[in-house]
Design a protein around this ligand. Structure first.
Ligand code: NAD
Ligand code: TYD
Length: 340
């Protein structure tokens, strides 16, 4: 099988490419990535020379380029991770989110129609469902929960989901969609909460927590997300949506305190800052469908996953210090200047 993994130089796509290269030596894995600020070839370095792996630099919005790639490579399956993925950046500049997350998806699906594929898989997010109240722990997102987005990021992802389902209904394209909760683990870009807190705590820098830190996210270790996607691509039913989550709800403050405890750093580093506009209160997934229909089970609880993640950041300082010492310094200064 030949698979196209778009966005494979990013956090989740990178972990997915590592997993596929090792788990399926008989398959060919091609990563296509535009190498935006979030794409990092160092993430792919460990698999770059594997015989079943190839990296191609390019933009999913570039129709001519994408068509040529499909014509040359003749993919069997396409798994689309490529996206602008950071809510805070989408609030500052929505346009690029609409381009990549919606128009890019259209280009990929048009290529799938033109050249033929066995499966197009769209990697989506729990954020398309909006948020849940903090005082109703009984409520969870199900696949039939109405779409109700909050940020330009989630609106762009929800638009893509609708387009993907339309291509299935109208053109019979064999698509699947997965909607996953917040991921964490190795190769996570250090402007997202967990790697931001680990890297800053290690440098004894103040840790910015939005509002009162009461917002709740449902955390899943990244390789559990990857194994779920692999199962959906191989065994999922075309036209279906699958929720992915591991029942690991934590408030942001709990997450930050857990990391500080693991690192032996003081809670006095915590610094409450101005809240994110439109900040979703709580995400919580009901993964019953993928568990019962496809037999998926996550391997890591939050406690084991967070320890593994911290260990990875301690053992791979070079990977994240390269990012932090580069252009990211400007990002941090710009994004947090009005929050203090
Ligand atoms: P990321 O930002 O780390 O990686 C995105 C990758 O896509 C980068 O390598 C970037 O260079 C590439 N890219 C961006 N625009 C591109 C374009 N126009 N053409 C080609 N490549 C492009 O994101 P991530 O956290 O790995 O997320 C991957 C996918 O999973 C996204 O679709 C996101 O919506 C979804 N998702 C993420 C989470 C999470 O917690 N991170 C949870 C659920 C779903
Ligand atoms: P983030 O990693 O940006 O993911 P998402 O917004 O997609 O869930 O943020 C996770 C949570 O952490 C979210 O509630 C916002 C909060 N947060 C902070 O409190 N401080 C920060 O510096 C960042 C980046 C996020």
């Amino acid at each position: 099988m030949k698979m196209l993994v778009t966005g494979g130089a990013g956090f989740i796509g990178g972990n997915y490419a590592h997993m596929m290269v090792h788990q399926y030596p008989e398959d060919q894995i091609v990563v296509l990535d535009a190498l935006t600020y979030a794409g990092n070839l160092e993430t792919l370095e460990p698999i770059m020379n594997e015989p079943n792996f190839k990296f191609v630099k390019g933009n999913i919005c570039d129709r001519e380029f994408v068509y040529q790639l499909f014509e040359d490579e003749k993919f069997d399956v396409v798994i689309n991770f490529a996206a602008e993925s950071h809510v805070d950046r989408s609030i500052e500049n929505p346009e690029i989110f609409l381009e990549t997350n919606i128009m890019g998806v259209q280009v990929l699906m048009d290529a799938c129609r033109k050249y033929g594929i066995r499966r197009y898989h769209q990697v989506s997010t729990d954020e398309v469902y909006g948020d849940l109240p903090l005082d109703r722990p009984d409520l969870l997102f199900r696949e039939d929960t109405p779409i109700h987005t909050s940020s330009p990021y989630s609106a762009s992802k929800a638009s893509a989901d609708l387009l993907v389902l339309a291509y299935h209904r109208t053109y019979g394209l064999p698509v699947t969609i997965s909607r996953c909760s917040n991921n964490y683990g190795p190769y996570h870009f250090p402007e997202k909460l967990i790697p931001l807190i680990i890297s800053r705590a290690l440098n004894d820098e103040p840790l910015p927590v939005y509002g009162e830190g009461a917002n709740v996210r449902d955390w899943l270790y990244v390789t559990d997300h990857c194994s779920a996607i692999d199962l959906i691509v191989r065994k999922g039913k075309p036209g279906e949506i699958y929720n992915i989550g591991g029942h690991n709800e934590r408030s942001n403050l709990e997450v930050v305190k857990t990391i500080l405890k693991e690192l032996g750093k003081p809670e006095s580093l915590i610094h409450f800052v101005k809240d994110r506009p439109g900040h979703d209160l709580r995400y919580a997934m009901d993964p019953t469908k993928i568990e019962t229909e496809l037999g998926w089970k996550p391997e890591y609880s939050f406690d084991t996953g967070i320890r593994r993640t911290i260990e990875w950041y301690l053992n791979n300082k070079e990977w994240w210090t390269h990012i932090i010492n580069g252009e990211y310094q400007n990002y941090y200064a710009e994004m947090y200047k009005d929050r203090v």
